[in-house]
Design a binder for this molecule. Structure first.
Ligand SMILES: [Fe+2]
Length: 340
């Protein structure tokens, strides 16, 4: 049921009014529970995929599958990483309020030039810790999550960035900053039992880093995290992280998912506050009006068209291609006109 948190009107899942509290006060007022005028308002369009429900307030425009383009393969991959082909939300949503415009967060998702600058101190501290450890001791499990953030530009370039229609994009494919994670005992066996060997290998061979479904959310298939960007004000954005349990997989997979957020995405992490600090400073700088333009020229002119029909393009991972693609979509949304 849906229950209004103010006066307690309660509705069935199909939106019909089930009851109003304090019935006596509505006697002879003409209220009829079965009358659709008292039902919840329907959104224009609803669709679902692998248990995720999507709604659109617009009655027209591209349909659900057309809109998602190849980002649907990221949802499929995250869910197929479960031996049962199903995921479930684990725990509550992790909120993180950012003092910046939502576009800065979304632009950052496929920005591969900032990690070695903005997150340099984390890599340095982690290396110092490892050097101080006795010879021959095993790396702590956190190391394999943190170290790829200090990778060279060449690795990120090799990962490539792929852009799609409607402003979507993703990095990686065969290789990402997640592809060198260690094996978890029993996981491959459970995946082969659920999917067969061939599909199990195919599922694990897809490694995307931050698939951006423009403008509102991002998926990490290899880590089982979805983050939703909710604009609150011109300079305030709430980021909500949701973590998923792969049904039928060893618990250690979920531990790695949670560890990833604890180390990278949470307000108390070692990486997230670096980004937060830079976003807040950029917001302040841009609001001063000192600079008219923000440069987005990286690897300009070196995009490779993968599919003209679906508008898919690819470039070295440190290219600004994904940001240019986002503003192309944004201009279209704001003006109804495509960028020439
Ligand atoms: Fe970052």
């Amino acid at each position: 049921m849906f229950r209004c948190p103010y006066h307690g009107w309660t509705y069935r899942l199909d939106g019909k009014l089930l009851l109003t509290p304090h019935k006596i006060a509505y006697e002879n007022t003409g209220i009829d529970l079965a009358d659709p005028q008292f039902s919840l308002r329907q959104v224009a369009r609803v669709d679902s995929h692998r248990g995720f429900v999507f709604a659109s307030l617009a009655a027209s425009g591209p349909d659900f599958r057309e809109f998602l383009q190849d980002t649907i393969a990221t949802i499929d991959n995250m869910v197929d990483r479960s031996p049962q082909g199903e995921v479930e939300i684990a725990g509550a949503c992790l909120p993180y309020l950012h003092d910046c415009n939502w576009k800065m967060f979304v632009e950052n998702l496929n920005d591969a030039v900032h990690p070695m600058v903005a997150h340099a101190s984390v890599g340095k501290a982690a290396r110092q810790l490892l050097h101080s450890m006795p010879e021959g001791s095993a790396y702590p499990p956190e190391a394999e999550i943190i170290f790829p953030f200090g990778s060279a530009y060449e690795l990120f370039d090799r990962m490539k960035v792929t852009t799609l229609l409607y402003g979507h994009s993703y990095m990686g494919g065969e290789e990402s900053i997640h592809s060198a994670y260690s094996d978890i005992p029993g996981y491959m066996e459970s995946l082969v039992a659920g999917h067969g060997e061939e599909k199990a290998r195919a599922v694990l061979s897809q490694n995307r880093h931050n698939t951006t479904v423009y403008p509102s959310f991002t998926i990490k298939d290899a880590v089982q995290v979805i983050r939703v960007a909710r604009p609150i004000a011109v300079d305030k954005t709430l980021i909500q992280s949701w973590h998923f349990r792969l049904k039928g997989a060893p618990d250690q997979l979920l531990h790695r998912t949670i560890t990833y957020s604890r180390l990278i995405n949470s307000p108390a992490s070692m990486i997230g506050p670096d980004d937060w600090d830079v976003y807040a400073r950029m917001q302040e700088g841009l609001q001063s009006g000192a600079a008219e333009w923000v440069d987005m020229h990286r690897y300009l002119g070196q995009d490779e068209s993968v599919s003209e029909r679906s508008g898919m393009s690819r470039a070295p991972g440190t290219s600004d291609l994904s940001v240019r693609n986002q503003y192309r979509a944004w201009l279209q949304y704001m003006t109804g006109k495509a960028l020439a």
